[in-house]
Design a protein around this ligand. Structure first.
Ligand SMILES: [Zn+2]
Length: 237
């Protein structure tokens, strides 16, 4: 009896593993997420901003948290009016020969909470106990500029480089960096965006309403995170 039980043990384990795998929710895919997002006032950035380059860093482990904060097939979503304003900025930047490259736009509140845990510094990440980021309402964007060949322009720092060097009013000694950050900041301000003193790459839209976070489950997004409840749903900055 005992040898037979031992022989069936691997089969039993395989069955349990398959059962667990079947119960793990899978992503509905970008098209279904985009359709659900449209019902909540968000649009796919690629559909509104011509020539945009999308490189969502929080969909990969290549970010400050060192792990994906949302799914690898996450579409780049933005609040509808904010997307129109971003398209306006893109047209101005195109006159300089530049295109927009986006690192983050809509960020699920749970992902923001995970980012806060990685960077618990209110100078750079909104403290969830006080307010969520405007990213959570789809009304903020982290971005840089690329040239006609898709090469990133020289900027003050890399993305998510949390130090005084990342200030929007660059005061370093490199005239090329100063010119690049100035053309980006000016185009975004003219399109109605507000800037953030501590991060040259962050822009948010004060005219987007309402400033309320959109939960990921409302869009059918399956996150690679286990996060408890979100402390509030107000978003700012
Ligand atoms: Zn940002």
């Amino acid at each position: 009896m005992a040898p037979k039980s031992i022989a069936t043990l691997p089969l039993l384990l395989l069955g349990v593993l398959l059962l667990v795998q079947c119960q793990t929710p899978s992503s509905p895919g970008p098209d279904a997420i985009i359709a659900a997002a449209s019902r909540r006032g968000l649009v796919d950035v690629r559909s509104v901003v011509p020539g945009v380059v999308v490189d969502l860093r929080y969909a990969t482990p290549g970010n400050v948290a060192g792990r994906p904060l949302y799914p690898g097939d996450m579409p780049c979503l933005i609040e509808r009016r904010t997307g129109q304003q971003l398209a306006q900025a893109a047209r101005e930047l195109a006159s300089h020969g530049y295109r927009i490259k986006i690192w983050d736009a809509y960020r699920p509140p749970q992902s923001h909470l995970a980012l806060w845990k990685a960077v618990p510094n209110g100078n750079y990440v909104s403290a969830p106990s006080v307010t969520l980021s405007m990213h959570c309402a789809g009304a903020a964007v982290d971005m840089t500029l690329v040239d006609a060949n898709g090469r990133e322009l020289k900027m003050p720092t890399e993305f998510d480089h949390f130090s005084p060097k990342a200030a929007a009013d660059y005061t370093g000694g490199d005239p090329e960096v100063a010119a690049n950050v100035a053309v980006l900041q000016q185009a975004m301000r003219r399109a109605g965006f507000s800037t953030m003193k501590t991060e040259w790459w962050h822009f948010w839209n004060p005219s987007a309403t309402p400033h309320v976070a959109i939960p990921s489950d409302a869009l059918g997004i399956v996150l690679p995170l286990h996060v408890r409840t979100i402390p509030n749903h107000r978003a700012s900055r």
